[in-house]
Design a protein around this ligand. Structure first.
Ligand code: XMP
Ligand code: MG
Length: 190
């Protein structure tokens, strides 16, 4: 698959690169204000959050460390079920630390609410969440997301870390997939 094929699979660009980058800078400024004088542990959720993590970390002035978790939630195709499995756990002990979970997208919120209570049980000094994107279902329930980049419509999105069958993560913008590409079922990795 070459770049032209990849772009042919796109339906539309939902959030252009410049808007993403401007929003990341805004979120970073807000986080810097909130954590002034403290040190943060950013916990990125693999693999989707790699781009947000890389850009957010560089936009922050607050001293940070990075750690990563990989989780997988069973579901049918593009819907998660809330049954979560840890594929890779944190390297760090988060007891007594200020922790910020960095997510690409919150859809039903099931993955995040599981992750939140899992990390909360490890005794961090504080635990907050930053997500670049939020879908309408998650907006309806209280999952405790402090920093939100964009509320988006209930469409499957790709790019800027988000994949369909592991593809399209490297697109610098967020877009929607043309219906002809769409389908499949099974276990989905974040
Ligand atoms: P829940 O429903 O538990 O889902 O909040 C969170 C995880 O589901 C994946 N997800 C998506 N991945 N485009 C993607 O590439 C999407 O539109 C999308 N919606 C949900 C994602 O892994 C997220 O962490
Ligand atoms: Mg995914």
């Amino acid at each position: 698959m070459d770049e032209a094929d990849m772009r042919a699979d796109l339906e539309k660009v939902l959030i252009p690169e410049e808007e993403l980058q401007a929003k990341i800078r805004e979120l970073a400024a807000e986080i810097d204000r909130d954590y002034e004088g403290r040190e943060l542990l950013l916990v990125g959720v693999l693999k989707g959050a790699v781009m947000v993590m890389a850009d957010l970390a560089r936009a922050l002035h607050t001293p940070i460390s990075m750690d990563w978790m990989a989780v997988s939630s069973y579901g049918s195709g593009t819907k998660s079920s809330g049954v979560v499995r840890i594929l890779k756990d944190l390297d760090a002990d988060i007891m007594g630390r200020d922790v910020l979970i960095v997510e690409d997208i919150v859809d039903s919120g099931l993955t995040l609410s599981w992750l939140r209570s899992n990390l909360e049980s490890r005794g961090p000094a504080s635990l907050e969440v930053c997500t670049l994107l939020r879908k309408p279902d998650a907006a309806k329930i209280e999952v405790g997301v402090r920093y939100i980049g964009f509320d988006i419509p209930n469409e499957f999105v790709i790019g800027y870390g988000l994949d369909y069958s592991e593809r399209y993560r490297n697109l610098p913008f967020v877009g929607t997939l043309a219906p002809h590409v769409y389908g499949g079922s099974g276990e989905q990795e974040a």
